[in-house]
Design a protein around this ligand. Structure first.
Ligand code: AHG
Ligand code: MN
Ligand code: MN
Ligand code: MN
Length: 332
């Protein structure tokens, strides 16, 4: 954590970003602007989500995305809002999104950054008024400025992320992000239209007693995962599973716990997307003192080979992730 400047609870997100930039004398302010663009889009999406049920934004959009999922109207709305904000902001040359088949070129050829985004996470929970989220990763382009973004720019390992974050649209709306100097959380005050620092320097407990897993797939889970789940039950752990990765992750980050999405018969490489979901949360978990694994290796070191690549994900308190890995190792 860069603690040259400890900012008090109640600092606005804009001021926080500005003051953090002062810690880096050669920073140009472009990353700060990009983070502000994401926060603005999050406020707009928050507004749409809060009106769901009153205006016609719930339900299916009537098309499948490249993941083979039925898109919800809010998946499409959030995707449009984030892309528009990033295009208008000018700092990003290319975007990859869970909802788009191919790279989106913003036309900002001089933009230094690439954004990978899951615009709306947990879309099956929209219509039932349960917490949902947004997940984003920011990378520096590796191609020369002045040209369009390339596949190589977009297919960087998680270790190359320069910032990552999520928004949880929950009982209150929060934005949590890292630039590799610790994790900070901001709570949205809707009447003022501002995010305020509410969770400075977030640290996750080293261990906990919550496990989060959709056990519907149990019969096709790897043996090591089945054995770990038995271990959780033998030890009287609590099972907690919302079905919105952001919300499950956020709860476990604060309380201590482990989230597990293993390979299943339906999803042999797991369900979650390496570039839109796993890497961003892995960066945040590690920055908060936690861990993220495929079950066999560190998530952030996986070499991406496809835009929409999936990976098993075991993420949360470090001791619990280690334990799952031990069970996986012991399975053969
Ligand atoms: P998305 O809504 O962005 O497609 O993500 C859905 C993900 C994630 O949010 C959640 O944890 C998981 O899918 C739930 O999957 P199951 O319904 O298979 O448990
Ligand atoms: Mn989806
Ligand atoms: Mn998702
Ligand atoms: Mn999504």
């Amino acid at each position: 954590m860069n603690d040259k400047l400890a900012l008090p609870v109640g600092t606005t997100l804009d001021r926080f970003i500005m003051r953090k930039q002062e810690d880096f004398p050669f920073a140009t302010g472009e990353l700060s602007q990009l983070l502000r663009d994401i926060a603005l889009a999050a406020k707009i999406v928050n507004r749409e989500i809060n009106r769901a049920g009153l205006i016609d934004v719930t339900g299916a959009y009537g098309q499948q995305n490249v993941q083979g999922e039925e898109q919800q109207k809010l998946d499409v709305i959030a995707n449009i809002r984030f892309i528009r904000a990033l295009r208008n902001g000018g700092e990003v040359c290319a975007i990859i999104s869970e909802e788009e088949d191919e790279i989106i070129q913003t036309g900002n050829l001089k933009g230094k950054y690439i954004v990978a985004i899951d615009p709306l996470d947990g879309s099956s929970n929209i219509d039932v008024n349960v917490s949902i989220g947004t997940i984003f990763s920011i990378y520096r382009r590796v191609s020369v400025a002045g040209t369009e973004g390339t596949m190589e720019d977009c297919m960087q390992r998680g270790t190359a992320q320069i910032a990552a974050g999520y928004v949880v649209y929950g009982s209150s709306t929060m934005l949590v992000y890292t630039t590799g100097h610790g994790v900070n959380g901001f709570t949205y005050e809707p009447s003022l239209g501002e995010f305020f620092l509410s969770h400075p320097n977030m640290r996750t407990p080293e261990t906990g007693t919550i496990y989060s897993c959709n056990e519907g797939g149990y019969n096709s889970f790897p043996e090591g995962i089945k054995n770990y789940l038995s271990y959780c039950k033998e030890n009287g752990y609590s099972g907690r599973y919302i079905g919105s990765l952001v919300s499950d992750f956020h709860r476990n980050l604060i309380k201590g716990g482990v989230y597990i999405y293993p390979s299943t018969a339906k999803a042999p490489n797991g369900k979650l997307r390496l570039l839109y979901e796993c890497n961003a949360l892995a960066f945040i978990a590690e920055q908060a003192g936690g861990k993220a694994s495929t079950g066999k290796s560190r998530i952030m070191e996986v070499e991406p080979t496809e835009l929409h690549q999936r990976s098993p994900l075991i993420i949360g308190s470090s001791e619990m992730v280690n334990k799952v890995e031990e069970f996986i190792k012991a399975e053969v």
